[in-house]
Design a protein around this ligand. Structure first.
Ligand code: GDP
Ligand code: IMO
Ligand code: MG
Length: 425
């Protein structure tokens, strides 16, 4: 068996949580491989809505194991809160034994969050627009070889290790100015550490490979999106992990030749939250309309998402980086009332027409070249079969498939689990 991967091709919030929930009955294990509680993955079913930050989106299905992999950074307070909320709603993954944590996953400390906030405030107008969850500083400690890991929580000297890292952070923070009081947060952190000791700790690399060896299927769930990848996104306006398929290999301990299908998920338009280049961004009332119709406000921070038209060069880049084998188009229903929609086919940059994202995009924005596409002017939210898809939407799908050279195999027409159509190819 191989590990299938599902990940975002844009700037995050493509609808990954919803689709993992839809696909997971086909899988035995769902594994998050990078990111942390900067993610907000929304799932809707039976008139209920859940937002998951750290927990994989397979958690609502019986009999599926969920793994928080070694590439993830965990805030124990947020993880505990997520699990408490699930329990209140009648789901108890810990009690049922269908959640495990990688020993090698790194921990987000309260002082990592203070460092994130201090760094952002120092940057002023050029700030990244971080979710302020401490993601960057935690990955810095990981690569700087100072971090604390889930497995460390059971060591007898965990508290001393924690104090040592905290002191290091306090010393850095003192250069930024006054350090806010975080004693309550620290208490909550230490209590949550005790709690996460009750969740089974595993070596994710062995677990995942044992699943494959015994013929069981695994789906790796990405967080953020390809254009936020630390290597290939619009650096420095990126997150601090590899959000691409390669991140699934390092974030779970899976060899590249064990990767199977790669589902690339994208919205029928585009959004971005936080700073950084966004060539097709709409600053007018059309952008406002997309935000309103698409409820484009962050699932984690509540921030308004920036909106724009679909960007084909950016999608092609993401497909290349990830080795995407199937595409999933989300939120087509948000465009239901538009007479005309637009797709960016190329950019104008430095007097030239190019079809890739240039390195200088940070300092010298690329101007999108847009192609007009006929809208479908029809409510899609109630359609349940492929035969009901309006002709104009079929044309949009074919147009994208031709441009992207990968088939679109699922179409999402609303936030509910049921509002998902499988497309025959
Ligand atoms: P994720 O981070 O990729 O899991 O995506 P988010 O949950 O942050 O954002 C996606 C938002 O769109 C959520 O509010 C979903 O409920 C919603 N959503 C997902 N698919 C669709 C769809 O096809 N149509 C509409 N209208 N909303 C959708
Ligand atoms: P999901 O998994 C959208 C963005 C932030 C900021 C940049 C860096 O829900 O798609 P960070 O907190 O990681 O240091 O922030 O990345 N960002 C996301 N945008 N969806 C996400 O996750 C994101 N996670 C981080 O807004 O611009
Ligand atoms: Mg999200």
């Amino acid at each position: 068996m191989q590990v299938d991967v599902l990940l975002g091709l844009q700037w995050g919030d493509e609808g990954k949580g919803k689709i993992v929930d839809v696909l997971c009955p086909e899988y035995d294990l769902i594994a998050r491989f990078q990111g942390g509680p900067n993610a907000g993955h929304t799932l809707e079913f039976d008139n209920k809505k859940f937002v998951l930050n750290t927990i994989p989106s397979g958690i609502f299905n019986e009999g599926i194991m969920n793994l928080i992999g070694n590439g993830v950074v965990i805030d124990p307070i947020i993880l505990k809160r997520e699990l408490d909320n699930l329990k209140t709603a009648g789901f108890d993954p810990v009690g049922k034994g269908n959640l495990v944590l990688a020993r090698k996953a790194h921990l987000i400390l309260p002082t990592h969050q203070l460092l994130d906030a201090a760094s952002e405030s120092k940057m002023g107008a050029g700030k990244i627009g971080s979710t302020l969850k401490g993601i960057g500083p935690t990955y810095m400690d990981k690569t700087g070889r100072n971090g604390l890991r889930v497995g460390d929580t059971t060591l007898p000297d965990f508290k001393e290790r924690y104090e040592k890292l905290k002191e290091k952070h306090l010393s850095i923070l003192s250069h930024y100015g006054e350090i806010p009081d975080f004693s309550e947060k620290e208490q909550a952190f230490l209590a949550a550490i005790d709690y996460i000791k009750t969740i089974p700790h595993v070596d994710s690399e062995h677990l995942v490979n044992q699943y494959l060896k015994s013929g069981k299927s695994v789906l790796a769930e990405g967080a953020q999106g390809t254009l936020l990848d630390v290597d290939f996104g619009s650096y420095p306006f990126v997150t601090s992990s590899n959000t691409t398929t390669a991140g699934a290999c390092t974030g779970l301990g899976v060899a590249p030749n064990k990767i199977g299908k790669v589902y690339g998920i994208f919205k029928a338009y585009a959004t971005r939250v936080g700073g950084g280049p966004f060539p097709t961004e709409l600053h007018d009332e059309v952008g406002e309309e997309l935000r309103k119709l698409g409820h484009e406000f962050g699932a984690t921070t509540g921030r308004a998402r920036r909106t724009g038209w679909i960007d084909i060069p950016a999608l092609k880049y993401a497909i290349m980086l990830n080795g995407v084998t199937e595409l999933i188009m989300m939120k087509a229903d948000v465009l239901d009332t538009f007479d005309k929609i637009y797709a960016c086919t190329h950019y104008k940059h430095d007097g030239q027409v190019i079809d890739y994202m240039p390195y200088e995009i940070i300092t010298n924005e690329a101007e999108p070249v847009l192609e007009e596409i006929q809208g479908w002017n029809q409510d899609l939210t109630g359609i349940t079969s492929e035969s009901e898809i309006p002709e104009a939407l079929k044309n949009y799908i074919s147009y994208l498939e031709k441009a992207l050279e990968v088939p679109i195999t699922f179409l999402s027409v609303g936030p509910d689990r049921k509002q998902t159509l499988s497309l025959s190819k």
